[in-house]
Ligand binder design. Sequence first.
Ligand code: GRF
Length: 205
Amino acid sequence: MSNRKTRLGVLISGSGSNLQSIIDKCESGYLPAEVAVVISNKADAYGLTRAANHGIPGVVLVRKDYPDEFFYNMAILNALKEHDVELVVMAGYMRLLGPEVLDAYPNQVLNLHPALLPSFPGAHGIKDALDYGVKVTGVTVHFANEIFDEGPIILQEAVSIAEDDTENTLAQKIHTVEHVLYPRAVKFYCEDALAIEGKKVRIKE
Ligand code: GRF
């Protein structure tokens, strides 16, 4: 078993509780990985503070500072390359990544979604599931492609919705599952345990 650590580039837009769970699991040794850089599209994202608390470089790249999507995505790509990132982990990054990044990292970009895809894609997966009245929702980890919330699914876990759940209580249940499921998927990736076969992802024994 090698001691090599996969270099992660984590993309965030906000609180970064999933970033925190990944940092913690790198530090505990559960993940054979290290967070090489955190990139945020919001200057005030709390996840940047979490990164700084662990001595991890944080980079702020705001879309409006660039003339178009191409230049913006090239800036993201440059930051990833500058930190020798091998796996891109989107953790609450609320934008679509452009082909400039996706083509440079084929099958090396992961995304987390707070619903059981293909149900309730988009930016409001928790609220949409609650409003629809489904009894079960959940969490999905998938490879990202150029279509929002569409790439091959790695792991999913169901979360039951109780009659008295609010958006807040359901979000807490979802986050608790995310903080376990996302690191597990990253671990499979780092251990080269994922085989993509068309739309399906097989987890190798
Ligand atoms: C998570 O619920 C994730 O599924 C969604 O955005 C949220 C990010 O939360 N894409 P955090 O910033 O990791 O706390």
